[in-house]
Design a protein around this ligand. Sequence first.
Ligand code: AMP
Ligand code: TRP
Length: 334
Amino acid sequence: MGIKKLVFSGVQPTGNLHLGNYLGALKNFVSLQKEMECIYCVVDLHAITVFQKPNELRNNVLETVAGFQASGLDPEKSIIFNQSSVPGHAELAWILNCIARIGWLNRMTQFKDKAGSDKEKASVGLYIYPNLMAADILLYKATHVPVGADQKQHLELSRDIAQKFNKDFNCKNFFPLPEPLIPKKVSRIMSLRDGTKKMSKSEDSDYSRINLKDSADEINKKIKKAKSDSEEIPDNLKNLEKKPEALNLINIYSEISKISLENVLNEMSGKEYSYLKTKLAELLVSEITPVGKEIKKLLGDKSHLEQILKKGKEKANIIAEENLKNIREIVGLI
Ligand code: AMP
Ligand code: TRP
């Protein structure tokens, strides 16, 4: 018998969802829910690895659920819940803290980026963040994990942890090795101001990103101001290699219009970037503003969002407890 396919992914509730989350993760979540059983988790325990104001955290969890639903996730089809409501995540994370090696964590580039120059002052939680992520996935024995490219290294660590657990406890194939599902074309949407950095909610300038809640006016302004290139649009990708901002705009256009990169260049070569920007802004307004409006509408009924989380928690907890029973037994915990 083959193993049952199960999708798991997590999104941090740390404020505005943006175009990077939408193209890198959420759209993929939505298409997967048509084919497989899916669990989507708002990872509040990950969020508190850096300080969050309690009231903002509570609101951001609900806003992330609203973002899920507005992007097309259906709580009747997919399990949607917040991480801290299922205690098994923290319990399994502890067990996996005892499996993962310090040397493995020392290689994680996201920790290095987030901790900055003074690593001594970073929380211990931030350091062991990838172990909690492995616990999220393995708690459900998930087989497929849709994420953006920035999470690839964490996924590899989850596989290493699963493998070591299976080997240490002599329980071959107990944890499946989770496979990343990273979108090929838009695995990394870059900042509109600096094409070498990923679009992120933590960048200071709001002009660096398109938020799902942005108005048409804001989207138009941000795209107009986005960094591009003073030369005209080239006819081949090679000429864009040293122009990450221009390439990023073309990539986003290609993804949203569903026109291949080659065809976009065929259509636009020789034109100025202002031409691409006008078309891109139009497309973004028609794709993103309805999602933003829906998020705002859904946020008007918090009890509906809380109800989604409650139902999701109940379903998730059943799977988690069943698996934890076996995990405790394997590890020798009474
Ligand atoms: P986060 O908000 O950091 O929890 O990310 C949620 C999901 O969005 C993860 O799957 C990330 O890999 C993905 N993601 C975040 N930023 C980007 C980006 N700039 N480009 C593509 N995917 C992204
Ligand atoms: N670390 C992921 C991010 O920052 C979020 C996350 C937490 C996650 N747990 C996960 C993603 C489990 C996939 C699977 O984007």
